[in-house]
Design a protein around this ligand. Structure first.
Ligand code: JHZ
Length: 394
């Protein structure tokens, strides 16, 4: 085995497994969340994985359209794709509630979404959606019915599928010779720089670096030809990938970003050991902040019950004794409880200073959007607690 573990985030429940009231007191299944580096490919992954069927089921709560930031980002990207690649057919792997594909009403679109409760949404909107997990078998089926596709887009999905052989094999089958694959995922470099250890949870099987992804792609005769750095989800990379046989030019952003990663030390195990020490320090500091606030009998609530915050809360041992409740705009999370820590999740109806002193920002990746929305609360003295890059009150 060429994998070495560098980070231990303790026992964790499945990150998106929000508990219904009747299940709240049942014993939850937990697993040990460890993160490791593959010495050969430099790929960072979690050690224990779960099947897609367990994680992405018919009651999956996450909706891509829950933030203005994401809607804007998808709109912007769609415009660029149309202008630059002029696709006829476009396929999205993990089409969720259609936040991206909705921008391609005039194109031939194909969505792939295995979560039955979400797949219904795009079907209702009349988008051709396959209710299935991405695989070679599915790719062949789509190919037979629709032919080759010009652009494949996938945001925050490929990193959730363990079998990369299946993922890229299936992509190779259906992508035009000169087609473009666009992948968007959290950047390992940014995760290490910003100490966002909460990017690790059961669904994030991989947190890619450009270096590791390109190493893996070569095996499938694919390569990165351009990288855009995004501020989305705490720092993501948008990889533009082509078949090696395609004549598209390799943009300098590919080499530049890979060099930045190598210079930062993403190929050296020592970099990961240092990150692990920073995570331990971050936990201590965050726990101290919560402890000091509670000592003064102040009230803390959470904002955005994210999958990421499941990692933070369980790792730091912050539960319903410390945080009274979370507010979240997602219907499927409301009136449930956070996994492992059993904090009630309530419907968002605004932040009101009169009964809230501090707000733990679970959706820290949408800080700008949320601060704009909550400017009245902030103006009236409301404070937020945030753990990245280092725990602090703002
Ligand atoms: P958000 C999910 O992770 C799971 P999460 C998944 N594994 C993944 O990779 C990413 O998404 C992309 C709420 N909210 O996007 C909505 C408000 O309440 O950070 C969401 O529940 N008010 C597929 O869960 C949550 O916060 C607001 O104003 O870590 C944000 O979840 C805003 C902006 C959001 O993803």
């Amino acid at each position: 085995m060429s994998k070495i573990s560098f980070l231990d985030l303790g026992y964790q429940p499945l990150a998106n497994n929000y508990l219904r009231k009747k299940d709240k007191n049942k014993k939850e299944k937990k697993y040990r969340l460890k993160v490791c580096l593959d010495k050969k490919t430099k790929l960072v992954s979690i050690e224990k994985t779960f099947s897609s069927k367990i994680m992405f089921n018919d009651s999956y709560p996450y909706r891509s359209s829950m933030s203005k930031t994401m809607i804007k980002s998808f709109k912007h990207l769609s415009k660029m794709i149309k202008k630059r690649f002029k696709p006829n057919k476009i396929l999205e792997i993990g089409s969720n509630d259609g936040a991206f594909i909705k921008n391609f009403k005039k194109n031939k679109t194909i969505g792939v979404e295995p979560c039955a409760n979400i797949e219904k949404i795009t079907k209702k909107l009349k988008f051709n959606t396959y209710p299935d997990y991405w695989s070679k078998k599915l790719s062949k089926k789509i190919l037979k019915k629709n032919g080759y596709v010009d652009v494949i887009y996938s945001a925050n999905t490929i990193s959730h599928i363990k079998d990369l052989n299946e993922v890229f094999g299936a992509i190779n089958l259906i992508l035009n010779k000169d087609g473009v694959l666009i992948l968007e995922d959290p950047s390992l470099l940014e995760c290490l720089k910003r100490n966002t250890y909460d990017q690790f949870y059961n669904e994030h099987i991989y947190v890619f670096s450009a270096v590791a992804l390109d190493n893996i792609l070569k095996k499938y005769k694919l390569e990165i030809f351009k990288i855009d750095k995004l501020n989305i989800h705490g720092g993501s990379n948008r990889y533009f990938i082509k078949k090696i046989e395609s004549q598209r030019k390799i943009d300098k952003s590919t080499l530049i970003n890979k060099k930045i990663e190598i210079d930062f030390g993403l190929e050296n195990f020592n970099t990961y050991k240092k990150f692990s020490s920073r995570v331990i320090k971050s936990k201590k500091e965050l726990v101290k902040i919560f402890h000091n606030i509670k000592k003064r009998n102040k009230k803390i609530i959470g904002y955005g019950a994210t999958a990421k915050s499941t990692t933070i809360l369980n790792y730091c041992g912050i539960n319903n004794n410390t945080i009274d409740y979370f507010l979240d705009t997602t219907k499927d999370k409301q009136n449930k409880f956070t996994p492992g820590t059993k904090i009630p999740i309530l419907k968002y109806k605004g932040l009101h200073n009169k009964d809230i002193d501090y707000v733990f920002l679970g959706a820290w990746n949408f800080k700008d959007e949320i601060f704009k929305k909550e400017k009245k609360f902030i103006k009236n003295g409301g404070k937020f607690i945030i753990h990245t890059p280092t725990p602090k009150i703002i």
